[in-house]
Ligand binder design. Structure first.
Ligand code: C5P
Length: 218
């Protein structure tokens, strides 16, 4: 089969990851978790000890890190300089720092470039993030923007992380604000994206609707 790129954007807790992985697995396509890439470079920055506000040093650490990420929707490892960081990048320290690192222009340039190469190599791939339909893959065959009420998003995330709902809600609100207001490639709904509110929709329903859309588009 030919090229097919699906861009899935939206705020955290909108169901992006689960939907994207299931859609990719069902299509027999690759899957790229771009958030994991920003998280992995954040892990490298934290390990290096440079200040998050020192954007020049942050960019240098990011440029020198040997980041690798798998694209199997059933399970993919993320490594930095040979260390498997797949679990560490989901921890509270990385989550608290990632929006600051993701706001550094040089970091985004580096990762957007990497992401475009992964997409070109894969051909058939579901890519999830914040700026995929708007910046990374503006020519994607299907662009989806997933949303959900703040309450639903906080509930999902706290269930995933076994964390307190109120603390999770505060963290989500903080990250959404940082991700939507940064100068470079903020979280954005591409004008031609299909918007799906997942507050009342089950994961399977969302995946089924996206598959229908892909079939309709041939
Ligand atoms: O999706 P996830 O919650 O893992 O993303 C972590 C962070 O990475 C986001 O809060 C955002 O700051 C950043 N990110 C981004 N652009 C992307 C994907 C993630 O800025 N395409």
């Amino acid at each position: 089969a030919g090229r097919c790129v699906v861009a899935v954007d939206g705020p955290s807790g909108s169901g992006k990851s689960t939907v994207s992985r299931r859609l990719a697995a069902g299509l027999g396509a690759r899957y790229l978790d771009t958030g994991a890439m920003y998280r992995a470079l954040t892990w490298a920055v934290l390990r290096s000890g440079v200040e998050l506000t020192d954007t020049e040093s942050v960019a240098k650490v990011a440029a020198e890190a040997d980041l690798r990420i798998g694209t199997d929707p059933q399970g993919y490892a993320v490594t930095v300089d040979g260390t498997d960081v797949s679990t560490a990048i989901r921890g509270a320290e990385v989550t608290a720092a990632v929006s600051a690192v993701a706001a550094v222009a040089a970091v985004r340039e580096l990762l957007v470039d990497r992401q475009r190469r992964v997409i070109a190599d894969a051909g058939r791939i579901v890519v999830e993030g914040r700026d995929i339909g708007s910046v990374v893959a503006p020519d994607a065959e299907l662009k989806v923007y997933l949303t959900a009420s703040e309450a639903a998003r906080a509930k999902r995330r706290s269930a995933e992380d076994a964390a307190d709902v109120a603390a999770t809600a505060a963290d989500l609100a903080r990250r959404d604000r940082l991700d939507s207001t940064r100068k470079v490639n903020p979280l954005q709904q591409a004008p031609d994206a299909v918007v799906l509110d997942t507050t009342e929709l089950g994961i399977d329903e969302v995946v089924a609707r996206l598959r229908e859309m892909l079939t309709e588009r041939g």
